[in-house]
Design a protein around this ligand. Structure first.
Ligand code: NDP
Length: 396
């Protein structure tokens, strides 16, 4: 029985609150805090209607460490779940250290003025969390998150040596808008327009943005064009899977999405450098975010399925083995259950399960951890129970 403080009342935060509310034996009390209180109020109302549970809400600017510290002291949670944006990670980790509370997030730190995400900044908190006997669990979403756990599961149960991993993320959903992103538009577009990168034979290989593609035949949703991108779990998995030769990440995009993105890029709307407009500075990408549909509003209109998984290749008992471990999730079913589309759902459920692992003592440790550092079994078991059942297909 534990109280949690959830920061960030966006698409993902909403799913996490609903899913935690479904498990009162672990999450006995829930407080949701965010920058805009009205968003917390909407989620509070929906949770009451769907689960009958009352949750606390609060307003906080998580970039202000003193404000977050004061909130944590008032709420007295056992764990803070950070579902705000990657920009807030270090500030919330600082507040957790100051108040002696465990920490969890779903995306690694990214400085607001540079489209560059990496674990360096958060891994540097290792000694400080260790000294205080606190645990920080990084990247407990789907990718990163479940994809890391799938790799740990493959290593534990199916392979003696893992040589190649391809992480494949397909969204075959249709929201009916000409152009929209399924999670925070600013973070999404920064990620998609960045250079691609994969790890091979001990070195990183850089590629031009979305310049490498393959057609992959996904279970249930069929063949889709998947584009090579850099994604944060590659960094920790390349370090943590011993004997790995190559790891890559692929994401599907429709031709329509890519056409809009190209035009927006060509006219400078995806830039993160300030420009002067009518006497004041604006950041084009932030202005674009204000024009695009709010990802949290896509739930009622999105139809179709997602399929995200890991294709793992290596050796078992001296023989080659290749398999695909994956989940298929349906946008409309997610909406019926928690009022959100599948991208928020597939991120929010693993955040709830990661928190459950920490609060029930299944995953414990002092320091900063990635998901693959932990035993995959209890997490994989909970995925099946809490809405993200997984399957595995032996290919070779
Ligand atoms: P949203 O933009 O929908 O929600 C973010 C929320 O955080 C908003 O409610 C926003 O408040 C709030 N927020 C922003 N800044 C602050 C601040 N300084 N203080 C307090 N609250 C703040 O994003 P998503 O829900 O789509 O994404 C949430 C996180 O999940 C992101 O970090 C994203 O990268 C990550 N993610 C991870 C995935 C994974 O698989 N691992 C996949 C998808 C997303 P306001 O309403 O005022 O703007």
């Amino acid at each position: 029985m534990s109280k949690v403080l959830i920061i960030g009342a966006g698409g993902v935060g909403s799913v996490v609150v609903h899913k935690c509310a479904q498990v009162p034996e672990v999450f006995s009390e829930i407080c949701l805090a965010s920058r805009t209180l009205s968003r917390c109020e909407n989620i509070q109302k929906s949770v009451k209607e769907r689960t009958g549970r009352d949750i606390e809400i609060a307003q906080v600017d998580a970039d202000n460490v003193a404000e977050t510290v004061a909130l944590i002291k008032k709420v007295q949670p056992k764990l803070v779940l950070n579902l705000a944006l990657p920009y807030q990670d270090l500030h919330i980790m600082d507040a957790c250290l100051e108040t002696g509370v465990d920490y969890l997030d779903t995306a690694n730190y990214e400085p607001p003025d540079e489209a560059k995400f990496c674990y360096k900044w958060q891994w540097e908190y290792q000694e400080r969390f260790k000294e205080k006997g606190l645990m920080a669990l990084l990247g407990s979403g789907f990718d990163p998150g479940v994809t890391n756990v799938f790799c740990a599961h493959a290593a534990k149960h199916h392979f003696d040596e893992i040589h190649n991993v391809d992480i494949l993320d397909a969204n075959a959903g249709d929201h009916g808008h000409p152009f929209a992103t399924n999670f925070n538009p600013e973070i999404n577009i920064r990620e998609v327009t960045a250079k691609g990168k994969y790890w091979e034979n001990g070195a990183w290989v850089e590629t031009a943005p979305l310049s490498i593609k393959q057609s992959y035949d996904f279970p249930v949703i069929g063949p889709k064009n998947a584009y090579l991108m850099y994604h944060e779990e590659l960094e920790s998995l390349a370090k943590n899977i011993k004997g790995l030769k190559r790891i890559r990440f692929w994401m599907t995009f429709s031709d329509n999405y890519l056409k809009h993105l190209e035009v927006l890029q060509n006219v400078g709307m995806t830039g993160i450098e300030p420009v002067m407009f009518e006497g004041r500075e604006i950041i084009p990408l932030q202005f674009l975010k204000a024009l695009l549909p709010d990802p949290a509003s896509l739930g009622p209109r999105t139809k179709g399925k997602t399929c995200i998984g890991c294709e793992v290749e290596g050796l078992k008992n001296g023989k080659p083995r290749k398999m695909f471990i994956y989940n298929v999730c349906d946008h409309e079913e997610c909406y019926r259950e928690v009022g959100s589309q599948a991208i928020s759902y597939t991120t929010g459920v693993p955040a709830m399960i990661g928190a459950m692992m920490m609060l029930t003592g299944k995953w414990r440790g002092a320091g900063v951890f990635n998901m693959e550092d932990m035993d995959p079994d209890p997490f994989m078991e909970k995925l099946n129970i809490h809405g993200l059942p997984w399957l595995e297909k032996i290919l070779v």
